[in-house]
Ligand binder design. Structure first.
Ligand code: ASP
Ligand code: MG
Length: 439
C-alpha cells in the first residue's frame, strides 16, 4: 500500500480536488490511504478567529464563507460540517467569555480545519466514484504526548493504527493530517504547523507502506527558495539525512519531523506537485545515487542570537550543564551554538517574551545579551563530506557580496555548513550561494 498526503492548496478548490480524484484513481491498485490538510487558508483563519475571540470578538463568518463556499462549488451539502461549525462557534464564544486561550484550547480550535476537509474530501471522492471513507486520525489510533502545538506520536500508535485500518472496508480511507489525541488525557493535540507531512509518514510507518507521497504545489524540494532564486531547480534525490537537515533549517516544503518515521521503516518519501503530476519531483531515500557537493541552500529567519558571557565560570566544570538545564526547563529549542573562551553564543526561534524567564536566571551568574532579526543560512549536501574547500567557497562568496557572518557551524558529519547572518541579508546570501554552487 501507499500513503498519499495532500496539502492545503491541493484540496483548496473544486479544480484541485477534481485533480486529486484522478490521481487517487490512477493509484487504486496500490491501495492508497489518503491524508489531508485543511483547505488552504482555513488553519490561518482558525488561528485568527481564536485570537479575535480572546480579544472579545468571537466570529466564524470568514471560516464559514470559505468552507461552505468551497463545499457549494463541489456540490457537497453543508449538513456534513454543520455540527463541527456549531461546535467551533460555541468554543469561540467560550474563549471570549472566559478570556483565556490555553495551548489545549488553541489546538482544539485548529483541529476543525482538517476535521472538515477530511469529510468534504471523502464526499467529493464518492461523487467521483471512489468508495472512500472519512475517519479522524485519532479514531484510527493516532495518539501523542500532551505537548500541545508540537505533539509527538506515542509508540503504541503504530500498532493501533495498523489494527484499526484493517477493520475498515473501503477502497480509500481519508484521514486528517496535523491532528491527534493525547494518550494522557484524550484531548486533541496538533503536530505543529505543516504537521500533515508528519502524519503521512507516521501512517506510512504504521502500515508498512511501500511509499509515502507528499502532494504539494511545487515540483519537490528545490535547490533554493524559488521566491528568491528564479533559477532554483528541483532536486531529484535526497537522503533521509539531507532531507531532515533541509527541513530543520527552513525548507518549508516538509515538516521537520517528517523523515523520522520513514527512516525507521526505510520508506521512500516522494514530494510531488498536484498541478504538474508528471513531474518526478524529489524522492527521499536512505542512500541516493546522486551525491553532489551541495544539494540545497536554505534559511531559517527571525531568530534571536543569545550571547552568554561569564568570564568567571566558562569552561569550568558544570557551567555548560547549568546553562543548558535552564534552557531545558523552559523548553527552549536551540538551533545553533558556538563557544569561545568566555562566551556561549546560541540561536533560538523563540520570542523575546518567552525567553525572558530563562534570561533572568542566566543573569544570576552571567551577562546575557540578546540580538533579534537573525537568520541561519545553511548549505546542505552529503557530498561535501571529505571535500576540501567547500567552506572556503561558501564564506568567500558571502563576504564578497558584503554579507557579515556572525557565527558559523559545521558538524563532524559534514552534511551541512551553516552561517548566522542578519535577516536583511537572507536574499543576498541565498542568491550568491545559489549562484556559486548551483548555477
Ligand atoms: N493545516 C495545517 C497547517 O496549515 C497542517 C498542514 O497543512 O500540514 O499548518
Ligand atoms: Mg506543508
Amino acid at each position: 500500500m501507499i500513503v498519499m498526503k495532500f496539502g492545503g492548496t491541493s484540496v483548496g478548490s473544486k479544480d484541485s480536488i477534481a485533480n486529486i480524484a484522478t490521481l487517487i484513481k490512477s493509484r487504486l491498485d496500490k491501495k492508497p490511504l489518503v491524508i489531508t490538510s485543511a483547505h488552504s487558508g482555513i488553519t490561518n483563519m482558525l488561528i485568527e478567529a481564536a485570537d479575535n475571540a480572546l480579544k472579545g470578538n468571537p466570529d466564524i463568518t470568514k471560516i464559514e464563507n470559505r468552507q461552505l463556499g468551497l463545499m457549494k462549488d463541489l456540490g457537497v451539502d453543508e449538513s456534513l460540517v454543520r455540527e463541527l461549525l456549531d461546535n467551533l462557534k460555541e468554543l469561540l464564544n467560550g474563549i471570549c467569555m472566559i478570556e483565556e486561550l490555553s495551548p489545549k484550547t488553541f489546538d482544539l480550535v485548529q483541529s476543525f480545519g482538517e476535521r472538515m476537509s477530511c469529510r468534504v474530501l471523502a464526499a467529493a471522492m464518492q461523487k467521483a466514484g471512489i468508495k472512500a471513507e472519512a475517519k479522524d486520525a485519532f479514531d484510527l489510533g493516532l495518539r501523542t504526548d500532551s505537548k500541545h502545538g508540537q505533539a509527538t506520536p506515542d509508540e503504541e500508535s503504530y500498532h493501533e493504527i495498523a489494527r484499526q485500518v484493517r477493520t475498515i472496508d473501503a477502497d480509500v480511507i481519508i484521514t486528517t493530517g496535523f491532528i491527534a489525541k493525547s494518550a494522557v488525557d484524550g484531548n486533541i493535540t496538533t503536530l505543529g504547523r505543516g504537521g500533515s507531512d508528519f502524519s503521512a509518514t507516521i501512517f506510512g510507518a504504521a502500515l508498512d507502506a511501500d511509499e509515502v507521497e507528499i502532494w504539494t504545489d511545487v515540483n519537490g524540494v528545490m535547490t533554493a527558495d524559488p521566491g528568491i532564486c528564479k533559477n532554483a531547480k528541483s532536486i531529484p534525490q535526497l537522503s533521509f539525512a539531507e532531507a531532515s537537515e533541509l527541513a530543520w533549517y527552513g525548507a518549508k516544503v516538509l515538516h521537520p519531523s517528517t523523515i523520522l518515521p520513514a527512516v525507521k521503516k526505510d520508506i521512500p518519501v516522494r514530494v510531488l506537485n498536484t498541478m504538474e503530476p508528471e513531474n518526478p519531483g524529489t524522492v527521499i531515500v536512505a542512500s541516493p545515487e546522486q551525491t553532489d557537493i551541495a544539494k540545497s541552500v536554505v534559511y531559517k529567519e527571525d531568530l534571536l542570537l543569545v550571547n552568554i558571557n561569564s568570564s568567571r565560570m566558562l569552561l569550568s566544570h558544570g557551567f555548560m550543564a547549568k546553562v543548558f538545564s535552564i534552557f531545558e526547563n523552559y523548553n527552549i529549542v536551540i538551533n545553533m551554538i558556538a563557544t569561545s573562551e568566555v562566551t556561549i553564543s546560541l540561536t533560538t526561534a523563540m520570542s523575546i517574551e518567552d525567553l525572558k524567564p530563562a534570561i533572568d536566571e542566566l543573569n544570576e551568574f552571567s551577562t546575557v545579551e540578546v540580538r533579534d532579526r537573525h537568520a541561519i543560512i545553511c548549505l546542505v549536501g552529503q557530498g561535501m563530506s571529505g571535500v576540501k574547500g567547500t567552506a572556503a567557497k561558501m564564506f568567500n562568496a558571502l563576504s564578497s557580496s558584503g554579507v557579515n557572518i556572525e557565527m558559523i557551524s559545521q558538524g563532524a558529519g559534514e552534511i551541512n555548513i551553516a552561517a548566522l547572518v542578519k535577516n536583511d541579508d537572507i536574499e543576498t546570501a541565498t542568491k550568491v550561494l545559489h549562484q556559486e554552487f548551483f548555477e
